[in-house]
Ligand binder design. Structure first.
Ligand SMILES: NC(=O)c1ccc[n+]([C@@H]2O[C@H](COP(=O)([O-])OP(=O)(O)OC[C@H]3O[C@@H](n4cnc5c(N)ncnc54)[C@H](OP(=O)(O)O)[C@@H]3O)[C@@H](O)[C@H]2O)c1
Length: 281
């Protein structure tokens, strides 16, 4: 039985839908069913479900800017919550979804799995602590770092751009953070494949190619036939509450070396998502 946390989120929702479609036994839970920050509740949950042999842990505190003023809760969910799960699932296969924000590299080289970690915001720090907990307690683990997730089951950058385009003639969008967005349906398929293998380790997974948020916004608006202009701005000028890394270009070496396919190019994934939500022109 595969336990999926964050089952009402973008990624967890897609993982559960895929497992269901494949007829594989899956238990999808969200904060309502189990608050992962509650150590005793997590222990009781695992005691009541001895059939769980695998965990795909998608639940997280994902409000990156809010986390700067809500650090305690962010630590509780991403660090302590992950530790609570990892401790109780030490005998399980454990797949933890992490983030490009654990890095803070300033050069332009693709990020290898062992590139130095220097998270510049609370969210990144707490996700890195979550990685540490998984490595400490679980021997059969997958850590999958992803970036810029968009999916049908929650709001995301693309959905926000489309919403704002209804009321704004022009949008200021950051143009100096480089990486690639990730369609949750594509990532879910990879995670479900991974958890069926014994190819444990640390991975990077995002749609392939490279863009900035401004380039992504322009692409989305053009595909949806919106007139809204995109005004490119620097990270410094935009002034978001949380500091984000400028370089989120992933190396996919560990996917390649372990026989997993890379995700499709981000442009194709964005088009598929826009089609799925009925926003394509
Ligand atoms: N979104 C991105 O751009 C992005 C980028 C890189 C990595 N990631 C990682 O990818 C994973 C999936 O992200 P996502 O975009 O699917 O996130 P999401 O849509 O925000 O979903 C996260 C889910 O976790 C649940 N959750 C929060 N606190 C919880 C708690 N204390 N106990 C149990 N459940 C709790 C949330 O429930 P409530 O809504 O009820 O709080 C929500 O359903 C996360 O690990 C995230 O860190 C995301």
């Amino acid at each position: 039985m595969i336990l999926v946390t964050g089952a009402k989120g973008q990624l967890g929702g897609d993982v559960c839908a895929l497992l269901d479609a494949q007829g594989r036994p899956c238990l999808g839970i969200d904060a309502e069913e189990l608050d992962i920050t509650d150590e005793a509740a997590v222990a009781a949950f695992f005691a009541a479900h001895p059939e769980i042999d695998s965990v795909i842990h998608c639940a997280a505190y994902t409000a990156v800017d809010r986390a700067e003023d809500d650090a305690e809760r962010c630590f509780a969910v991403n660090a302590n919550g992950t530790e609570n799960l990892a401790k109780n699932a030490a005998a399980c296969k454990f797949l933890y979804v992490s983030t490009d924000y654990v890095f803070g590299a300033v050069d332009e080289e693709p990020l290898e799995i062992d590139t130095v970690k220097a998270p510049s915001c609370i969210y990144g720090k707490t996700k890195l602590l979550g990685e540490d907990a998984v490595r400490q307690y679980c021997s059969r683990f997958f850590i999958v770092r992803t970036s810029g997730v968009f999916g049908e089951k929650n709001t995301n950058f693309i959905a926000t751009i489309l919403r704002l385009s209804e009321t704004h003639a022009s949008l200021r969008v950051v143009n100096d953070q480089f990486g690639a967005p990730t369609y949750s349906a594509d990532l879910a398929a990879l995670l479900v494949e991974m958890i069926s293998t014994e190819r444990y380790g640390i991975y990077h997974a995002a749609n392939t190619g490279e863009c900035t948020w401004a380039q992504l916004a322009r692409y989305v608006l053009s595909l949806c036939g919106k007139e809204t202009e995109v005004e490119p701005v620097s990270t410094a000028d935009y002034g978001a509450r949380a500091r984000r890394p400028l370089n989120s270009r992933f190396s996919f070496r560990s996917l390649d070396e372990n026989g997993f396919s890379r995700l499709r190019p981000w442009e194709q994934a964005v088009r598929a998502y826009l089609s799925a939500i009925g926003a394509l022109r």
